[in-house]
Design a protein around this ligand. Structure first.
Ligand code: GSH
Length: 241
């Protein structure tokens, strides 16, 4: 692990959203960090940074550490992993960790598109028929494909990467939590087919720092503004279930 540093996370203050994947890593490692936008004037600071010139992020979440400002969840975790002891040092394993994390990014984008299939700038209420069609397809094909993939490549010992805990485990924990919230029917139906993912999930939930975080007020509840949203009309029953 590299020398401890302090980190500033910039993300929307009232949702778990994509920022939660980074929060989980910082919390699990006991890192010294500030969730900037949850403090006074934090959202204004975040917005100002996004509007400034130079090599600034396109969108939150982003992380600042001294002069470095980096965005995209997978990129942030790839950078933080070695610093927080959340990825093995072996280069090939780190490449695999990033590959898995980028697949989590893809899945998260598809989950987002179940409630916003036409445009992010429109209200959910303005795209409900399209959302229903998208959710049907997601539940029928994409959810089992993604979960089946993660299950197939996960190690049998309760870790995504062989026998070592990593940021990927934390993200898979969050994916399962989020899917259980947003698509409870399909997720529960798939659970008998994903024993390895469930063992990763349950092991992560018992990690002392994570457990403390999850029961604290720092862990925001899921809500209908984030990525994982519970709309009963999108909780489709799969034909494969
Ligand atoms: N690929 C990025 C996606 C970032 C992203 O879409 N952020 C959302 C909030 S969760 C946002 O504010 N997007 C603004 C926009 O796309 O215009 C990541 O994985 O971090």
């Amino acid at each position: 692990m590299l020398a401890p540093m302090s980190y500033e996370l910039f993300y929307w203050p009232s949702i778990q959203g994509r920022g939660e994947f980074v929060r989980l890593a910082l919390e699990d490692a006991g890192a010294d960090y500030t969730d900037v936008a949850r403090g006074p004037g934090g959202v204004a600071q975040m917005t100002a940074l996004l509007k400034s010139e130079g090599l600034v992020p396109f969108a939150p979440p982003f992380l600042r550490c001294e002069a470095l400002v980096i965005s995209h969840v997978a990129n942030i975790l790839n950078w933080l992993g070695p610093r927080l002891g959340l990825v093995p040092t072996d280069e090939a394993i780190r490449a695999h960790a990033l590959q898995l994390q980028l697949s989590v990014t893809d899945l998260v984008a598809e989950v987002h598109d179940t409630h916003h299939p036409v445009a992010s700038s429109l209200y959910y209420e303005d795209q409900k028929p399209e959302a229903r069609r998208r959710a049907e397809n997601f539940v029928e094909h994409r959810l089992p494909k993604f979960l089946g993939y993660f299950e197939r490549v996960a190690g049998a010992a309760g870790f995504a990467l062989g026998d070592a805990h990593s940021y990927v485990d934390l993200s898979l924990f969050q994916v399962i939590e989020g899917l259980r919230y947003a698509f409870p029917t399909a997720t529960r139906a798939f659970e008998p087919k994903m024993p390895r993912l469930l063992s990763i999930h349950d092991r992560v939930a018992q990690r002392p720092r994570l457990a403390a975080y999850l029961s604290s007020s720092r862990r925001l509840p899921f809500n209908e503004h984030g990525i994982f949203r519970r709309y009963p009309e999108l909780d489709v029953s799969p034909t494969w279930g």
